[in-house]
Design a protein around this ligand. Structure first.
Ligand code: 5GP
Ligand code: ZN
Length: 116
């Protein structure tokens, strides 16, 4: 289900252009338009979940699948061995700006700032 005025739903519907690097029926991955590292993708469920707080048990299969997509992407991008970071910001204190569940995939350089 998509939600009006959600930028990531619009990306999934191709109403807003983005550099999509992977797509299937459930998940889409695209380049962050303000990259913080040489590899900076956003991986999202197409279904509009607002954050990790919305991930109830019925979505366990979806989230497992999404992480399988991430594993495939890190292999394709050549960062599986060099290392990478997957982050999901949740809510105001977590720094979440876009209210559609998304996982940042960062890599391609040594990343600093571990937590906080
Ligand atoms: P958050 O802080 O919500 O975890 O991160 C949202 C991310 O979405 C940011 O890194 C931001 O650069 C990215 N972003 C916001 N709007 C767009 C957009 O229209 N296109 C793309 N490709 N990325 C976006
Ligand atoms: Zn959405």
């Amino acid at each position: 289900m998509q939600v009006a005025d959600c930028v990531f739903c619009k990306i999934a519907l191709r109403e807003i252009p983005s550099e999509i690097v992977y797509e299937d029926d459930e998940v889409i991955a695209f380049k962050d338009n303000q990259p913080l590292a040489p590899v900076h993708l956003l991986i999202i469920p197409k279904n509009h979940l607002r954050s990790l707080n919305d991930v109830t048990p019925e979505y366990e299969t979806l989230i497992g699948h999404l992480f399988g997509v991430i594993q495939r992407l890190v292999e394709e991008l050549g960062v599986a061995e060099s290392g990478y970071r997957v982050v999901t910001n949740t809510g105001a204190d977590g720094g979440q700006v876009v209210g559609h569940l998304h996982f940042h995939l960062l890599g391609g350089q040594a990343l600093n700032a571990k937590i906080g």
